[in-house]
Design a binder for this molecule. Sequence first.
Ligand SMILES: *[C@@H]1O[C@H](CO)[C@@H](O)[C@H](O)[C@H]1NC(C)=O
Length: 448
Amino acid sequence: MLRARALCALALLAVAAQAVHLDFEKGLKGWEHSEESKWVGRFVAEVPGSLEKKALKVPDKAKHYGISTVLKEAVDPAKDLVLQYDLKLGNGLSCGGAYIKFLTADKAFTPKGLKDDTPYTVMFGADKCGDTNKVHLILRHKSPKTGKIEEKHLKSPPFVETDAKTHVYTAILRASNNSYAVLVDGEEKKAGSLFEDFEPAFNPPETIPDPEDKKPADWVDEAQIPDPDAKKPADWDEDAPIEIPDEDAKKPEGWLDDEPAEVDDPEAKKPEDWDEDEDGDWEPPKILNPKCTEAPGCGEWKRPNKPNPAYKGKWSAPLIDNPKYKGEWKPKEIPNPEHVKDPAPLTNIGKVGAAAIEIWTMDDGYFFDNIVISNSVEEAEKVRAKTWEPKKKVEDKEEEEARKKAEEEAKKAAEEGGKDGEAKESSGEEEAKKEDKEEEEDVYADEL
Ligand SMILES: *[C@@H]1O[C@H](CO)[C@@H](O)[C@H](O)[C@H]1NC(C)=O
């Protein structure tokens, strides 16, 4: 009965979605490091910080790591593909890979033989170095026409979350409508059409500009030219000045022609210690003439200028359409040998047969966990709810506690700053008492 039910459940699973969920509670069981000689990094399974369960840790910086596990059954992207994993950057990510390669199913593959060019179906996840900060989503697509395999990159991918908490990254590839979505912590960060947002495009264009075609030497691409028939009008005076004196202007009433702009300061006094022999003749400092500030102006009145109505500047011929203009030159289009119309790109990226973490990093102390490879968005959601949300609760609480503690310490430090003097005095008293007691003891010792 029980066995029948179990079988029945298995059968249901087989017809329903496939869902592989890989964690590290049992350590690296099922995973194996590559034998590539230069990849000396060795992952370990360890519980991150105050979390409960083991995850896959990058223990040392400045190393190359390679580890993988073969799936019992390959997952076919032609029925949608959902990839997901947790990443916790314990010590940040200054320069390193934190992505997963979902390897293309291949019976000949063994984890020991993992290389940097082992074919993958999808490469997904965090990568950061200097100014580069992206959540890669790269599909290796085989042209159904030429058989050529090309990496198709998601254009302007989302950013990596760089705090020390656990974040969950999800990639959804929908064969049903050729769409994709990238989620971080269950929130959609980028989504759209496979045909629009990847480069190079899954469907290369029908024609391309002929790379051999060159612009002819006599090609005219000046759309307009000065009218060769136009003549400068006889009355056009190129030399007329921009401005002329304004003959209508009148000197304002009350203008003081004979007053200077500045006068000696009547309040200033010669300093007592002024020595005529050494310092020369004393002269009072100048101030603005108070009479001038009251009057419209002082000194010689000058006639202002005004714009010259006869001013025309340099004459130039008006522009006319160039009769020889041939338009902007473009190379001619030729049929694109790469052109193909692949209506279902996800049928040409291969099945996922293994998961590999093959990275080089300048950082340590980061953790991978809960890798999901599935045909079902719901399955990935369930794993998030069961594994990531509890981690989030613990880490959010920890963050809140750390924030409170820091606040209290800052408050305490501020209070103690005020009492500093008192504290020193009392400790001085204690010191004195201690000395007394020691002396007493010495006395006893002598007596004994
Ligand atoms: C594809 O289908 C999914 C689920 O039905 C939908 O959420 C998404 O918006 C669709 N995307 C496109 C580009 O049609």
